[in-house]
Each structure stands twice: as C-alpha cells, then as structure tokens.
Design a protein around this ligand. Sequence first.
Ligand SMILES: [Zn+2]
Ligand SMILES: [Zn+2]
Length: 342
Amino acid sequence: MAAIIGHEALRRALRSIAAMEEPPHALLLAGPARTGRTLLSLELAGLLNCEAPDLDDRPCNECRACRLITERNHPDVLHLEPGDSFCRGGGGHQPHPGSRDIRICQVRGLIESVSRYPFEGRFRVLIIEPADRMGLEAANTLLKTLEEPPPATVLILITAAPENLLETIRSRCRTLAVSLVPDDAIAEGLGERGFAPEIAERAAAESRRRPADALAFAEQPDLMDDRGRLLDRCAELAGARASERMTYAGDLAERWRRDRELVLTELDVWETFWESRLREGAGRENGARDALDALRAVADARSDLEAQVVARMALELMLLRFPAVTLPAEGAPAPSRNENEP
Ligand SMILES: [Zn+2]
Ligand SMILES: [Zn+2]
C-alpha cells in the first residue's frame, strides 16, 4: 500500500476495526478531499484481507491480496465512482461515461456483482466515492442494502459533505472523521519519500494541509509557481472594479466548457486567497466576516457547478458576492503571498 501521510489515530482505529470479530457493515469516512481518504479505505481493505497470519503484520504489502489491492485489481475490493462504473447499460439505457453523479443503475450494478459472484478474500470491501454524489433514488437503493447487509462485507462511504447524505444512511454507518494533516507531518512524509527538505517544506506549506496536493507539488514544483501566479491574479481581481471581475467570470465560464479541472483548481486558489485574508483579517473590522462570506461564495459556486447550474451564472454570482478589497500600496507585498513577506 502506498504509505499514507498522517492520520495516525485514524489508522489505529482502522486497525482495531479489522481486529473485530464482526466489523461494522458500513463506515463513513468524512473529511476533505485530497487528504488520503481512498488510501485509508484501501488500507482497511488490506487489513481485512492480507494473508499475513498475524494482524500486527497486516497489511504486509507482499502477499497476493495486498498486491491486488494496491493495484486496485482485487476482485473483492470494489470502487464505485461517478461515471459509468458498474452500470450494466442495456434496455434503451443511454451510456453515461462522463456523468458527474453516481446513478441508481450503478448502485444496482454494484449490489448485483456482490450478490452474484462468490468472493475469494475474507471480506468484501465496497467503496463509494464521493457518496454525496448519489441522488435520492440511488441513495434509497443503497439504503435497502444497508438494511439487510450481505455477510462479510464492509461498505465504505467517502464524503466531504456528510450533511448531504440521507440521515437514514448516515445513522447506519460508523463515522470516522478524516482531518487535515499538519504541515510538519506532511513535510516529514515527503522527506521519507526522498524529496529534498526545502521542496518538502514548501510543498507542505502550499498544500493547505492536503497530502495529495503536497505530493503533486513536490513532484512538480512548477505547479506551485503557477499557483503563486494565480494567487497574485486573485489578489488583483479582488481589488478590481466590478466590470473587470465580470469579464473574468465570463472567461472562467468559457473555460469551464473545455477544462473543468482547471476551473476547479482556480476555485481552490480563490479559497487559499480568502483563507489567508481570514487569518490576516481576524483583528480588522469586518475583515474576518468578509473573508468567511467569500469562502461561502466559493463553496456555493463549486456545488452549483457540480449540480450543472449554468457556469456563467454560478461564477458571476461568486464574483459578485466577493467583498471589495483594498489592496496594499504599490510595492508592498501582496496579501496572500507568505513567501514574499519580509
Ligand atoms: Zn498482505
Ligand atoms: Zn447506467
């Protein structure tokens, strides 16, 4: 299993779950994306299925079960994601490989694979990610399975928004909170992977405590420079006139049609910008409140985009909701660039 960065307490909890005579049928891994939630799920799958006789040695990373889990090829470790995984199609059913949600046909397909095929490991592990992308119909279908759980099966629901799941589903899960990882733990994890200390520390500092982002930055330091430029652009726009902001919103909406990931990254950068304003604004009148409003506007824009609201509308609204920011005088450091500060 790829080494997980951070999450020591949570990993101990997973170990004690794996040691149980009867592990819970359903777990909810609740916490922000890019923190290692999928790897944690796979670690539990390894703890449950590794062939090492002693629990302390699991996952051994060497046996057949561990290898297949790491390669994401284990027949009993099933991963349901948005798109068309587990969709059986047929019957006039339109294919939906690019779909952004998890549909009822996929949940049915997953349940069917579980009931139809025998399994070779000790436990089946079904991972649904992100679980909040299930619509009401899909969620209700899953609920029926949770009410009569198949034997030796552990369902893992991964979400950053547990409040968006049906209460009836949530109440049947044991919830494990996945937290952000402190910078020093991330830097240490990157050091163990062989990254030079200065790269590891910079990547950790820029990752907003998300190990997956830190790893991407360490592997490709250019990304950090790009992000730095985007942050400067955000600072400029935050102080710009409304007309300029609307032009930017229009450009962003145009890009949404071609490259969604790029726009989502840009929303991340806006979040970073407002988070740093929040830290700086704590002492200033309205500073913290304005930054919090802006962060809410970014979060709303992201969920509007995911819910297929017209991109231009969602993004213009976000820019309109941003408070007017007075920028420091020419030559002074931009508010968001820690590294430029004296
Ligand atoms: Zn093993
Ligand atoms: Zn389908």
